[in-house]
Design a protein around this ligand. Structure first.
Ligand code: DLZ
Length: 143
């Protein structure tokens, strides 16, 4: 299977840990290093287009989007979360590939650290497992 990982550069310390967690899990379950393609986008808002560009290549069995959005003092958080959630949902419906929502939406940086290898594990691992399950489901139903 081939996988794409699209990574937001905002809160990069966290998104790097999530992305490495996702990649390690894909490798652990048998993906070849050469079958994992990673590209960065500036922020979570750009994840949708980044993933769409990957989907248009028609060479991936699943695409994992990694981002971290932390609540600030303005409404930016709501707009970004709404946009990326809807964007990724639309990609799932409009392209014949599973696009995984590996985006953490949090109130504090500590909550992010806890989910990027801390007290609550690494959510990048979960995103990768979801990608593998959805890719396997697609292969099974299309066989
Ligand atoms: C502008 C912005 C803000 C305030 N916060 C975040 C964030 O917490 N996480 C994130 O991934 N991106 C953030 N961004 C950047 C937007 O996602 C986007 O890159 C810009 O609005 C430009 O389109």
């Amino acid at each position: 299977m081939r996988f794409a990982i699209v990574v937001s550069e905002w809160n990069t310390e966290i998104t790097e840990a999530l992305s490495l967690g996702a990649k390690d899990t894909l490798l652990k379950f048998g993906a070849a290093e050469s079958d994992i393609v990673r590209r960065n986008v500036p922020g979570s808002f750009e994840l949708t287009l980044g993933a769409q560009l990957m989907a248009e290549r028609k060479e991936f069995d699943a695409i994992i989007c990694i981002g971290v959005v932390i609540q600030g003092e303005t409404k930016h958080f709501d707009f970004i979360c709404d946009a990326v959630a809807k964007g990724i949902t639309d990609l799932n419906m409009n392209y014949n590939v599973s696009v995984i929502f590996g985006v953490l939406t949090l109130n504090t940086m500590q909550q992010a650290l806890d989910r990027a290898g801390g007290a609550h594990g690494n959510k990048g691992d979960e995103a990768a497992i979801t990608a593998i399950k959805m890719a396997a489901l697609k292969k099974e139903l299309e066989a």
